[in-house]
Design a protein around this ligand. Structure first.
Ligand SMILES: Nc1ncnc2c1ncn2[C@@H]1O[C@H](COP(=O)(O)OP(=O)(O)OP(=O)(O)O)[C@@H](O)[C@H]1O
Length: 240
C-alpha cells in the first residue's frame, strides 16, 4: 500500500451518464501527479469523490493509509484542497484569512500562529502576511490559497485546475512552487489540469478521457518520441 493516495476501482454515475468508469491509480508519498484531461473528462467528479462531497457507486479511496469510506475523519484530515474558485475575503489581511481557516481546523493561539507562519513560508509568502488580499496579484492570491490548504499539515494536496485565469509566467511560477512542495517536503500532490505545458517529464501522469484512464506512468514514458501535446491529442481524440 502507498502512503500517499490510492484510488481503486472508482465508478460514478449521474443518472445514466457514467462520469467515471473503474478508475484506479496510486501515488507514492512525495509524488507530483498531473491528472490531465480535456473538459468533461471527469476530473471535477473525481475531486468531489476525493473530498467526500460525493460517495462513488463503486470503489475505494485510501488517503495516507486511511479509507475514506471507513475512516472519513482520519482520511479527510490528511488532505488539503485548492479549489478552482477562489474563496478568500478580499478585505481581510492574509493572516486574518488564514486565522479564520485555522480555527475551522481546530487550531488556535500559538499553534495557529506557528502553522500560519510555516504554511506561508512553504509558498514564499511570509512577508505578505500583513497585507490585505485585495492588494495581492492573482499569483500571490493563489499561493495564499495553497498556504491555506497546508495549514493543517496534510499529507496529500489536491489542486483542481489551480492556474485558471493566471498569465503564463505566473502559471509557471506556481507550478514550480508546488513541484517543490512534493520534491523537497514530501507532499503527495494531485494536480488536475487540461494544460499539457504544466506537466514535467518526471511527473507521474494520469490521462483521463471520458471517464476512463488512458495512461498512467511517467510523463516522459507516456510521451515517448512524440511531443506530449500530440500524444495527449491522440489519446483524447483531438481534445476539447
Ligand atoms: N450533475 C451532473 N449531471 C449529469 N452529468 C454530469 C453532472 N456533472 C457532470 N456531468 C457529466 O459528467 C462528465 C464529467 O464531468 P466533470 O465535470 O467531472 O468533468 P471535468 O473533467 O471536471 O470537466 P471540467 O474541466 O469541464 O469541469 C461530463 O460528461 C459531464 O457532462
Amino acid at each position: 500500500m502507498t502512503s500517499g493516495l490510492d484510488v481503486r476501482g472508482i465508478t460514478h454515475r449521474y443518472g445514466k451518464k457514467t462520469a467515471l468508469n473503474d478508475i484506479g491509480f496510486s501515488l507514492d508519498k512525495g509524488t507530483f501527479c498531473a491528472l490531465l484531461g480535456p473538459n468533461g473528462a471527469g476530473k471535477s467528479t473525481l475531486f468531489s469523490i476525493l473530498t467526500r462531497l460525493f460517495v462513488p457507486d463503486a470503489g475505494e479511496v485510501m488517503i495516507a493509509g486511511h479509507s475514506l469510506a471507513r475512516e472519513p475523519g482520519k482520511a479527510l484530515a490528511r488532505i488539503g484542497v485548492v479549489f478552482q474558485q477562489p474563496t478568500l475575503d478580499l478585505d481581510l489581511t492574509v493572516r486574518r484569512n488564514l486565522k479564520y481557516f485555522a480555527a475551522l481546523h481546530g487550531l488556535a493561539g500559538k499553534d495557529a500562529d506557528r502553522r500560519i507562519e510555516t504554511s506561508l513560508e512553504q509558498v514564499n509568502m511570509a512577508e505578505r502576511a500583513g497585507e490585505k488580499v485585495r492588494a495581492l496579484n492573482g499569483g500571490h492570491r493563489r499561493r495564499m490559497e495553497i498556504a491555506r490548504a497546508l495549514l493543517h499539515d496534510p499529507v496529500v494536496l489536491l489542486l483542481d485546475e489551480p492556474t485558471v485565469g493566471l498569465d503564463a509566467e505566473t502559471r509557471n511560477s506556481i507550478t514550480g512552487h508546488v513541484h517543490n512542495l512534493a520534491s523537497e517536503q514530501g507532499l503527495t500532490v494531485l494536480w488536475a489540469t487540461h494544460l499539457v505545458d504544466e506537466v514535467r517529464a518526471n511527473d507521474q501522469l494520469v490521462v483521463l478521457h471520458e471517464g476512463r484512464i488512458q495512461a498512467d506512468g511517467s510523463a516522459a514514458e507516456i510521451a515517448g518520441d512524440t511531443p506530449l501535446q500530440a500524444r495527449f491529442l491522440e489519446m483524447t481524440g483531438g481534445g476539447e
